[in-house]
Ligand binder design. Structure first.
Ligand SMILES: Nc1nc2c(c(=O)[nH]1)N[C@H]1C(S)=C(S)[C@@H](COP(=O)(O)O)O[C@H]1N2
Ligand SMILES: [Mo]
Length: 402
C-alpha cells in the first residue's frame, strides 16, 4: 500500500484529536453517539421477515443489526442479521428449485457447470464465520467518508454449511496452471444499456483464501435465505462482506483479478478523499476487532450495582487469545472472560466482565488480542471508502449509570 504524505498527516491529526477528546468523557460521548435517525424506515418487502425491532433500516439495501440486538449466545439470529445489496437482488423465484441452481467452475482442468444437487455430492463442511461488511464502523471515522454510516451492526456470526471449494476443484481435476486468484460472480440480472463491468458484483480474492472457502446452501440451520444469497453463496471466511458472493453463478481461477469496477476501483484502501485504483490494497482480510454490546443506557440509565458488561470479539482469520475491557475510555483495562463455545478462528466469541458500577458516566471499551499477539488497534487508518474500521476508541460505548 502506498502511503502518501497526506494520508499520514490525516492519520496523525485524527489520532491527536480523539486522544484529546478522550480526556473528557462527556465530549467523547457526544461525538460518538450516532445522531438519531430522522424516522425509522419500514422493512422492504424482500426482508419483511426480519425483526423490525432489532434492526436499523438505513435504506432498502442497507439494513443494520442494532448494537443491543446481538444477544449473548454467539450466533446472530437470521432475522436480525444485516443486509447489504449493491444491486437489486435477483427475483425470489430462483429459490423455488434450489437444487437446480447452477454455478460454472472455470480455471480447473475439467471446467464444468454444476448444479447445487451435484455440489451436494462432492463434499460437506460446516464453518462458523463472521460476515462483516467492509464498511462496518464507517460511521465512526472522524473524517466522515461517504457511504452508509454503519456503526457496529453490519456484521454477524453465522453458521454456513456447504461444500468446500477445494473439494469441488479436486473433483474437477485440480487447478489449471497459473491460478493466483479465485473470482466469484453474483447472479444478479444486470440493468440493460450500461457496461456490465461497471455494475456487476464480481470479486477476486487471493488463492490462499480457497482452502477455507465454501459454496454454501445453508445458513444457521436453514436453507440459505434468498436475501442472504440463496440458493448458493461463495463464503470466504475471514474476508470482508463484499468478497462473499451471493447467488453465485460462477467461480473462476485465474492469473489476474477481475477488471470489474467493484474490484478495480471499488473496495480499495485509497487515501482519504481519493478514489480507488488497482495499485492500492484490495479490501480482503478483516482485522482483529471487538466491541461492547451491553449494558446500554439507550432506554434510560443502567441501574447501579452488579452488571455483566458483554460484547463480541473476532480474530478475523486468527484465533483469539485475550480480551480486555475498560470502563474509563481506555485509561485502565481489565482482562475479561470469553463465554460459551469456541466455534473456531473465523467465528467471533462473546465475552463478559462482571463489575459493580456506582452511579456515574462510563465509557465502555474493549480491545482484543489474537493468537499471534496482535492487539486490536486504537485507531484504524482513515481511508477514502471508510473501510475496515476496527479502532477500539471510536467503537467505545458511553453509558450512564444511576
Ligand atoms: N451477488 C452479490 N453478492 C454480494 C453483494 C451483492 O450486492 N451482490 N453484496 C456484498 C456486500 S458489500 C456485503 S457486505 C455482503 C452482505 O451480505 P448479507 O446481505 O447477506 O448480509 O454481501 C456481499 N455479496
Ligand atoms: Mo459490504
Amino acid at each position: 500500500m502506498s502511503i502518501s504524505p497526506r494520508w499520514s498527516r490525516r492519520n496523525l491529526l485524527a489520532g491527536t484529536a480523539s486522544t484529546i477528546a478522550g480526556a473528557t468523557l462527556a465530549r467523547v460521548a457526544q461525538a460518538q453517539t450516532t445522531p438519531a435517525a430522522a424516522q425509522p424506515r419500514a422493512l422492504p418487502p424482500y426482508v419483511a421477515w426480519k425483526d423490525p425491532s432489532q434492526v436499523i433500516v438505513h435504506t432498502a439495501t442497507t439494513i443494520e443489526t442494532k448494537r443491543s440486538a446481538f444477544g449473548t449466545s454467539v450466533i446472530t439470529p437470521t432475522d436480525r442479521l444485516y443486509i447489504r445489496n449493491n444491486l437489486p437482488a435477483p427475483d425470489v423465484s430462483i429459490v423455488a428449485n434450489r437444487d437446480a441452481w447452477e454455478v460454472a467452475i472455470e480455471g480447473v482442468r475439467q471446467p464444468r457447470t454444476l448444479s447445487v444437487a451435484d455440489l451436494k455430492g462432492l463434499g460437506l463442511e460446516t464453518t462458523a464465520a463472521v460476515l462483516q461488511c467492509s464498511g462496518n464502523g464507517r460511521g465512526y471515522f472522524a473524517d466522515k467518508p461517504s457511504g452508509t454510516k454503519w456503526t457496529v451492526g453490519a456484521a454477524g456470526c453465522v453458521i454456513w454449511s456447504g461444500v468446500p471449494v477445494r473439494s469441488v476443484v479436486a473433483a474437477l481435476g485440480g487447478l489449471a496452471d497459473g491460478a493466483r486468484f479465485m473470482t466469484g460472480t453474483g447472479g444478479e440480472t444486470l440493468p440493460a444499456g450500461i457496461d456490465p463491468k461497471s455494475v456487476m458484483v464480481e470479486r477476486s480474492v487471493p488463492l490462499r483464501a480457497m482452502g477455507d472457502a465454501l459454496l454454501a446452501w445453508e445458513m444457521n440451520g436453514e436453507p440459505l435465505p434468498h436475501a442472504h444469497g440463496g440458493p448458493l453463496r461463495l463464503v470466504v471466511p475471514g474476508y470482508s462482506g463484499v468478497n462473499n458472493i451471493k447467488y453465485v453463478k460462477r467461480v473462476a481461477f485465474g492469473a489476474t483479478e477481475t477488471d470489474a469496477a467493484i474490484q478495480k476501483t471499488g473496495y480499495r484502501m485509497s487515501p482519504p478523499g481519493a478514489k480507488g485504483d488497482p495499485s492500492q490494497q484490495a479490501v480482503w482480510e478483516m482485522d482483529v476487532k471487538s466491541w461492547i454490546n451491553g449494558p446500554t443506557s439507550e432506554g434510560g440509565p443502567v441501574k447501579a450495582g452488579l452488571v455483566q458488561i458483554h460484547g463480541v470479539a473476532m480474530g478475523a482469520t486468527r484465533a483469539l487469545r485475550r480480551i480486555d475491557v475498560s470502563l474509563d475510555g481506555g485509561q485502565t483495562w481489565h482482562e475479561a472472560r470469553f463465554v460459551g463455545p469456541d466455534l473456531g478462528r473465523f467465528a467471533w466469541r462473546q465475552f463478559v466482565l462482571p463489575v459493580v458500577l456506582q452511579p456515574g458516566q462510563y465509557m465502555l471499551a474493549s480491545r482484543a488480542q489474537d493468537a499471534q499477539f496482535n492487539w486490536q488497534v486504537e485507531h484504524s487508518p482513515a481511508n477514502g471508502g471508510g473501510y475496515l474500521n476496527s479502532g477500539w476508541r471510536s467503537h467505545a460505548l458511553p453509558v450512564t449509570v444511576a
